[in-house]
Write a protein that binds this ligand. Structure first.
Ligand SMILES: [Zn+2]
Ligand SMILES: [Zn+2]
Length: 110
């Protein structure tokens, strides 16, 4: 990711960190006014693909015992069913717990 780009007219290093907040046109370019000489120039943005590797970890659901790589861990997924004392559960158990919690909430409001 770039942070500055050089003005083609005066070679002033323009801070680009806010440049992308407005979004880019479909051809990945935007016009920028030089902070120094106030000439407008076009900036082409090249996006490099970024890969975020993470290990595949199979873990056991503490509730039903299923081994899954899609484990829901307390503190990392919200809203975690508060009535579960288990901290790592599979996704079906997570959904079940979530629904149970909704039901409990409904009852408590009656
Ligand atoms: Zn300039
Ligand atoms: Zn489970």
């Amino acid at each position: 990711m770039f942070d500055t780009t050089e003005c083609p007219y005066c070679e002033y290093e323009n801070d680009m960190s806010d440049a992308l907040s407005d979004g880019l046109s479909s051809d990945n370019t935007f016009d920028w006014e030089c902070e120094n000489c106030e000439e407008e120039f076009e900036v082409f943005v090249e996006f490099d693909p970024v890969y975020y590797p993470s290990k595949i970890v199979y873990e056991k659901c503490q509730k039903c015992g299923t081994t899954t790589r899609d484990i829901c861990e307390k503190g990392r997924i919200f809203p975690y069913p508060a009535h579960y004392k288990e901290t790592k559960i599979c996704r079906p158990c997570f959904h079940k717990g979530y629904l149970e919690e909704l039901e409990m909430e409904e009852k408590s409001h009656v």
